[in-house]
Ligand binder design. Structure first.
Ligand SMILES: Cc1cc2nc3c(=O)[nH]c(=O)nc-3n(C[C@H](O)[C@H](O)[C@H](O)COP(=O)(O)OP(=O)(O)OC[C@H]3O[C@@H](n4cnc5c(N)ncnc54)[C@H](O)[C@@H]3O)c2cc1C
Length: 407
């Protein structure tokens, strides 16, 4: 999502752009997510500070977050920094910056959706946080004031209103919150592919190749090779490889403190003759998300803290499935194996957007963590403005790569 959107915005600024991916576009993290365009996500995903959350998480007893013990040595530093950035004072200031970029997102998506003729891929219905118990509801409601202060629209639902809005949910629950502004992509990968077609219509060239072939060909220019061995030269290169971005930046001396919150999904058949969810629903006290997608209901898991490439341990998806089966009508599994991806997370919760320090002509657009599917077009617009020397819509100093360079 991020790379394609950067490409489109650079073309719109009159640049000539080649987009290289080792596969087709929209087949990795931007395919496997929960499909939410999250205009409500002005407050980034926080490291919990409440012992009633931290202790069961430390014992690996929670569904929303688990960790691999063997990954802890590599995770300790970024997690410590993440924890410190979630002190109330720091978190509030980060949430204000994060809110500025999130507030741009739907308008930026709408521009691309209209230009790409992709309206049919989007449902503008919002999504719901479900509270099973009064305790969970009261805890959730305590956070709503902060969202209201940041201009987020929502409607608090009692149990009856929740049941009326989503008849597929079995039983009576304490209530919910309907986040009214977000949109759902019924097939996230198809939205990225629609944007990729737009990129090509605007004159962009899409090629398949390995970005690790990037080299400086002379003082001014950069060179990449596609899978056929063709070479492409450019004065500037943007690194937008999501969870793989640091593989390139490390080679040029820039080591962003990226860590991974792995996540899983599985699709399920809609049982014939039974009600379906019409919106995405987060079963908040359990800790997983259900999104009604075109291909079936997609259950997505929370965070698995681990290394990006170690084998799948789909404990969370199996447990979420068992819980969801008691909550809504859920048919057979549709995928042979759970899909796994990695949210590319930065300890201060903000993406890295801007020039790569000390290496002229290299730019960064990665680290979008929980909301890269939402933020892609806004990132594209902001980075294209920076690269072409124009004023950006929001202040970018807090998103620059040099915040992790210590002299
Ligand atoms: C379970 C889960 C649920 C999520 N739900 C949401 C959600 O509802 N809303 C939301 O906004 N965000 C969500 N996210 C986060 C979001 O999916 C990511 O932040 C976003 O997709 C990152 O986009 P990206 O373009 O940076 O990375 P990617 O989509 O991963 O794209 C990176 C691209 O780089 C290519 N690449 C990698 N290495 C190379 C190489 N060496 N050479 C060439 N190409 C290469 C890959 O093929 C890929 O196409 C979720 C994430 C997960 C895991």
């Amino acid at each position: 999502m991020v790379g394609v959107c950067v490409g489109i915005h650079l073309l719109q600024q009159g640049r000539s752009v080649v987009l290289m991916d080792r596969n087709e576009a929209g087949e990795e993290t931007s395919y496997g997510n929960a499909g939410l365009l999250q205009q409500e996500a002005v407050r980034p995903y926080e490291f919990p500070r409440d012992l009633s959350v931290i202790l069961p998480a430390a014992l690996n007893l929670r569904l929303d977050v688990r960790y691999h013990l063997t990954a802890l040595p590599k995770l300790m530093l970024p997690l410590w920094s993440y924890f410190r950035n979630c002190s109330p004072r720091r978190y509030e200031s980060i949430a204000q910056e994060y809110g500025h970029i999130i507030n741009m997102t739907l308008a930026c998506h709408q521009e691309l959706i209209s230009a790409a003729g992709a309206e049919q891929l989007i449902r503008k219905v919002g999504w719901i946080t479900l509270y099973r118990t009064a305790k969970g509801r009261n805890k959730g409601h305590r956070e709503l004031d902060a969202y209201a202060r940041q201009g987020v629209n929502f409607k608090v639902l009692n149990g009856d209103e929740l049941a009326d809005m989503e008849p597929a949910i079995k039983g009576h629950h304490a209530g919910g919150v309907h986040w009214q502004d977000p949109w759902i992509a019924g097939h996230p990968g198809k939205l990225v592919k629609a944007y990729t077609r737009l990129f090509k219509q605007l004159g962009g060239e899409f090629v398949q190749g390995d970005a690790t072939s990037l080299e400086r060909s002379n003082r001014q220019s950069w060179q990449l090779r596609d899978h056929q061995g063709n070479t492409f030269e450019a004065n500037e290169t943007v690194i937008a490889l999501g969870p793989w971005s640091a593989e390139i930046t490390n080679r040029f001396g820039y080591r962003p403190p990226m860590f991974f919150k792995r996540g899983y999904h599985m699709h399920y058949q809609y049982p014939a003759g039974q009600p379906r969810l019409t919106r995405a629903v987060q079963d908040s006290e359990k800790g997983y998300m259900m999104t009604p997608m075109d291909a079936g209901l997609r259950i997505c898991t929370g965070a698995e803290l681990g290394l990006r490439d170690t084998p799948s341990t789909p404990v969370q998806i199996n447990r979420a499935e068992a819980i969801a089966r008691a909550l809504i009508p859920l048919g057979d599994r549709l995928d042979a194996e759970p899909w796994r991806g990695a949210r590319p997370c930065i300890p201060d919760m903000k993406p890295i957007i801007g020039p790569l320090p000390g290496v002229p002509g290299l730019w960064c657009a990665f680290g979008h963590g929980h909301q890269g599917f939402t933020m892609g077009p806004a990132t594209g617009k902001l980075l294209a403005a920076m690269m072409t020397g124009q004023a950006t819509e929001i202040e970018m100093s807090g998103f620059q790569a040099n915040r992790f360079v210590h002299t």
